[in-house]
Design a protein around this ligand. Structure first.
Ligand SMILES: Cc1cc2nc3c(=O)[nH]c(=O)nc-3n(C[C@H](O)[C@H](O)[C@H](O)COP(=O)(O)OP(=O)(O)OC[C@H]3O[C@@H](n4cnc5c(N)ncnc54)[C@H](O)[C@@H]3O)c2cc1C
Length: 388
């Protein structure tokens, strides 16, 4: 098989890039390890920045997000028993959209298949070859046999655990990494969200994020110690813990409901650079991970491929290599800004064992609700930095 761009991974990064390339008349093959059913039901992110909606619009796949997404003009920070609403639209002229990642993946898969462009599902990439040459290769495994795809560029959009990053020579790669000393218990709950907007609640017992998937389904994330696994707390324990964290001062009106899904999420910051080596590009989680507190993982993946889509368009249409040459530097400068925000908000909202840090965290949160300048900076980062 031969194509212009071989894309490894049918997550948001790979699928969105394929869609952008199709609209520019560039041929690509998307290769995905898992089944279609699996990726269209994989519960992950849910917050979409206004800039990401613009990228979806440009790619012609914004219909679902615009129709079914819930637009939030504000968000709330809760600490010391009080909930403080920040009016994002008033501060920076834009809000955020709640639209589940798996639905977006479904929209992208449908758009590609309807246009007659294939996705090789249940097809693991087992090897990347000749990445320094102008004809790099991707070896796949199908029906027990190995096949090779030859292309002009490979895009590794295969997430944190995929093979693309490992294909770079170790001496060519620099990695920055931080693991956080707590994790999240992520719950899907059959109960109306206590507010129509998100609540980020800091409390001496731990952080809680009240999010949502629909007017009748809440998505609740609870800071838990590292040793607690998905089934580690009974439903009763979850509800009594939420009660303790959300009841003091002005209580959050959360009604109990059936917990229909549980998982745990590790919090990690990670950057691998450069994001291009030879004719292999890394995009999305393959190159960087942020703790989910700032809701940036999916949005960063979309930003990477918007830059890459434009760079590849200039390369294939006009023979202009400047975009592909700048890709890594351009993305990384934005990636580090998003890392800074995600790391800071994670520290500020979670309980620390160090009393001095804990006092600093409260001071940071108070500063946001007491100073319009600080609120503006928060809103600017939270709703998404510009692409350029
Ligand atoms: C459990 C979990 C929960 C999350 N929750 C949130 C959240 O609440 N909020 C938030 O903002 N972000 C969240 N994120 C982050 C966000 O979902 C990611 O940043 C986003 O999915 C990145 O998209 P991607 O396309 O780069 O990678 P992915 O979505 O990981 O896609 C990579 C794809 O590559 C495929 N692949 C891997 N190896 C191979 C191979 N060898 N051959 C072929 N295909 C391969 C994988 O199957 C996968 O489909 C979460 C992430 C995880 C893992």
């Amino acid at each position: 098989m031969k194509t212009q761009v071989a894309i490894i991974g049918a997550g948001p990064a790979g699928l969105l890039l394929a869609q952008l390339l199709t609209r520019s008349g560039i041929d690509s093959i998307v290769i995905e390890n898992r089944s279609r059913e699996y990726i269209e039901n994989r519960i992950r992110a849910g917050v979409i920045e206004a800039g990401t909606v613009d990228i979806l619009r440009e790619a012609g796949v914004a219909e679902g997000a615009l129709r079914d997404g819930i637009v939030h003009e504000g968000t709330a920070l809760r600490f010391e028993g009080r909930t403080h609403r920040l009016d994002l639209v008033d501060l920076v002229g834009r809000g955020i959209t709640i639209y589940p990642q798996h639905k977006l993946v479904g929209d992208l898969v449908a758009a590609r298949l309807e246009a007659g462009h294939p996705i090789l599902f249940e097809t693991p990439v087992v090897e990347l070859g000749d990445i320094a040459s102008d004809e790099p290769t991707v070896t796949i495994e199908r029906g027990g046999a190995r096949e090779t795809i030859t292309c002009r560029f490979i895009v590794g959009a295969d997430g944190f655990h995929g093979p693309s990053r490992q294909a770079l020579p170790p001496e060519a790669l620099t990695v920055w990494e931080r693991d956080y000393p707590y994790k999240w218990l992520a719950l899907m709950v059959e109960t109306p969200p206590p507010s129509h907007e998100l609540i980020y609640a800091a409390h001496a017992r731990g952080f809680t994020l009240m999010s949502m998937r629909s007017p009748s389904v809440s998505r609740i994330y609870v800071q838990v110690p590292m040793e607690v696994d998905a089934e580690g707390w009974s439903d009763d324990q979850v509800w009594s813990e939420l009660d303790l964290r959300l009841r003091d001062g002005e209580p959050v009106p959360l009604r109990e409901g059936a917990i229909t899904q549980r998982s745990t999420i590790h919090l990690r910051s990670f950057v691998a650079a450069p994001m291009r080596h030879g004719n292999l590009f890394l995009a999305g989680d393959a190159a960087h991970i942020v703790p989910p507190t700032g809701a940036k993982g999916l949005n960063l993946a979309a930003a990477d491929v918007a830059v890459l889509g434009d760079a590849l368009k200039r390369y294939f249409r006009h023979g202009d290599p400047s975009g592909v040459d700048d890709y890594s530097d351009k993305c990384l400068s934005r990636v580090w800004q998003v890392q800074r925000f995600s790391s800071w908000i994670t520290h500020a909202l979670h309980v620390s064992n160090d009393p001095f840090d804990q006092a600093l965290n409260l001071a940071s949160l108070r500063h946001i609700v007491e100073s319009r300048h600080a609120a503006l900076s928060f809103a600017e980062n939270y709703t998404g930095l510009p692409l350029n």
